[in-house]
Design a protein around this ligand. Structure first.
Ligand code: ZN
Length: 131
């Protein structure tokens, strides 16, 4: 298993971590299998989305903010229920097929670490399974 540290710099942001996962695949020497990318946090997530136009990430964060306002009649005492909700929507893992030693992502797809309660120092686990 590979473990990465991701330092986030704002309250919410999406960081393209595709190159980290690509490096892991290359180091492993696995040419066929799957990559599981897992985020061990309850207020951060991981998702696959467009890597070409940065406005897509901008819009996604804006949509999340409007869908899950920071202030509301929430009960959770930490005051970050909006971040927990966003993390549940994105999910804590994604899976990508490895073929011919490469991640089988679409041309416009990137893997994004999603910070929803930053800035913080976060972890990303990558498990590669040959098959
Ligand atoms: Zn909390």
């Amino acid at each position: 298993m590979f473990e990465h540290i991701v330092k986030t710099s704002s309250s919410d942001e999406m960081i393209n971590i595709t190159s980290l996962v690509r490096q892991d695949v290359q180091k492993s020497g696995i040419t066929s299998g799957i990559a599981v990318v897992f985020v061990p946090h309850t207020t951060a997530g991981v998702t696959i989305n467009e890597n070409a136009d940065p406005d897509v990430v901008y819009d996604l964060l804006d949509i999340f903010r409007r869908a899950f306002p920071e202030r509301g009649s929430y009960r959770h005492m930490e005051g970050n229920s909006h971040a927990h909700a966003k993390a549940s929507v994105t999910g804590s893992s994604c899976t990508v097929i490895i073929e011919n030693g490469q991640l089988k992502l679409g041309t416009w797809q990137g893997i994004y670490f999603c910070e929803f309660d930053g800035p913080r120092t976060r972890k990303v686990y990558v498990k590669l399974i040959e098959g």
